[in-house]
Design a protein around this ligand. Structure first.
Ligand code: CMC
Length: 445
């Protein structure tokens, strides 16, 4: 086996710069160090703020809070930039493949030919799941949502592969990491097969990662199934585009779950649960449901007006992002990819794509969306491509989870290796009652 890259962990730069916090109630001043990353905004180091000043900070939704340092992914939301380990997402989507991107996220460098072949071999030879796990699936109702099954089955991996749950052993960490990446397509495809009532399809080692997934999802034992290479490549691209996205809700969930020392399978199950929500990964399913509900181009203005109405909870799904205040670079790649897939499949009239393109055009010109910098995000075009490939909407978020596992596990691994890693434990601004005497039941009104 060739030697995999070992990650370098650069130290944070303080440079002696600081900001001063003035507490006018006590006339005290505190100097807070300013840290410089390789790129991105400067960061005020408040780690000793409570100890030094007695203050907590207040930042619900963490809009201004950096929870860790990381060398994996860089996003400049104003410019619409996404890079993994310094490589732009456009370059990776164009020239790389998902296996390389997994290696890059995990080990910090693109693999050389030998490292890539060893990595692909190891992933390929861990794609089968323990046969007893099949019985686990049969415990779910047939109409269970694939994300419910994924959260349950991935959590159960810690019971099936408990020999790799000692997070302090680097070899066990490596094994668990590779097992997760290898088994996710099998687990997701099995969730899909179970919902259809079709037999589970075993992985095939002669196919690449994305092709093997399509084979497990769409083939049946009674006939031959050839993976269309254009669809295989489109699937691989979707995996690349969803592989990591720095400290989003599900990744932060994985990190915070892992910060207590929980095992990696349990942490990824927690990430899957967090991803499921419609404000996060569940948006791809919600986009298709919304396009279906709009139904025709002439109804777009009605839905745009609803999205702008503060008394209506409706939002344009697939629009807006906490970090991107520009076109999401992943959406741009997916827009092109969706056209390639539709053309390969000879789908000339896809009413939902027509509605999506028109909706995007109208929203991008509307003052409400322009002023708030609400652009299409990754989920806007992924559903259209997946629908053309034959996936039902309920599988979209499961595919997101499959692809994001590489990012989650790379971020988890980075956190575990951090020498000063601490359990994640935010504080709060308490607004409840102050101490009051207990009232006996017979004295309560
Ligand atoms: N439709 C209509 N208005 C919106 C939308 C939308 N999709 N997104 C944000 N706004 C408005 C919002 O009402 C607020 O307006 P105002 O300033 O007048 O109160 C303003 O834009 C800022 O929104 P916010 O909710 O404060 O922003 P946030 O950073 O907390 O939320 C978001 C980000 C992604 C949750 C949100 O844009 C949203 O709900 N989008 C739709 C769901 C979606 O597509 N999610 C996928 C995100 S990308 C993939 C992923 O991360 O998994």
């Amino acid at each position: 086996m060739s030697k995999t890259h070992t990650e370098k962990n650069p130290s944070k730069r303080a440079d002696g710069e600081y900001v001063t916090l003035i507490d006018h109630s006590s006339d005290k001043q505190y100097n807070l160090s300013v840290l410089h990353g390789t790129e991105g905004p400067k960061v005020i180091d408040i780690q000793s703020l409570y100890k030094d000043t007695g203050f907590f900070t207040y930042d619900p939704g963490y809009t201004s809070t950096g929870s860790c340092d990381s060398t994996i992914t860089f996003i400049d939301g104003e410019k619409g930039i996404l890079r993994h380990r310094g490589y732009s997402i456009e370059n990776l989507a164009e020239h790389s493949d998902y296996m390389e991107v997994c290696y890059l996220l995990l080990y910090g460098e693109l693999p050389n030919a030998e490292q890539k072949s060893d990595f692909v071999h190891e992933i390929t030879y861990h794609t089968m799941v323990h046969e007893q796990l099949l019985g686990f699936y049969r415990g779910f109702r047939r109409d269970a949502h694939p994300m419910a099954i994924m959260a349950g089955v991935v959590g159960a991996l810690s019971a099936f592969y408990h020999e790799n749950t000692d997070i302090n052993d680097p070899e066990q960490r490596r094994m668990a990491t590779h097992q997760l990446i290898a088994k996710m397509p099998t687990i997701a495809a099995m969730a899909y097969k179970y919902s259809l009532g079709q037999p589970f399809v075993y992985p095939r080692n002669d196919l690449d990662y994305a092709e093997n997934f399509l084979h497990m999802a769409f083939s049946v034992p009674c006939e031959d199934y050839q993976v269309n290479p254009v669809l295989g490549r489109a699937m691989d691209r979707i995996f690349i585009l969803h592989a990591d996205h720095e400290q989003n809700a599900s990744t932060s969930t994985v990190r915070i779950a892992g910060s207590s020392g929980a095992n990696p399978f349990a942490c990824i199950a927690a990430g899957i649960a967090s991803l499921w929500g419609p404000a996060h990964g569940g948006a791809n399913e919600a986009v298709l449901n919304m396009l279906g509900e709009i139904g025709s181009k002439d109804r777009i203005p009605e839905f745009i007006n609803r999205a702008k109405d503060k008394n209506d909870p409706f939002r344009l799904m697939g629009f807006g992002h906490r970090v991107y205040k520009n076109y999401d670079p992943r959406a741009a790649v997916l827009r092109e990819s969706s056209h390639q897939v539709l053309s390969e499949l000879g789908i000339k009239d896809e009413p939902l794509l027509d509605i999506a393109i028109e909706l995007e055009k109208i929203a991008l010109e509307d003052d409400y969306f322009v002023e708030r910098k609400l652009f299409p995000n990754v989920d806007f075009y992924s559903g259209i491509t997946l629908r053309a490939m034959g996936f039902p909407t309920s599988m979209y978020t499961a595919l997101f989870a499959l692809a994001r596992t590489a990012g989650w596990i790379a971020q988890w691994k980075e956190m575990i290796k951090e020498p000063h890693q601490k359990i994640g434990r935010p504080r709060q601004l308490y607004l409840g009652s102050q101490e009051r005497p207990y009232v006996l039941l017979n004295k309560r009104g």
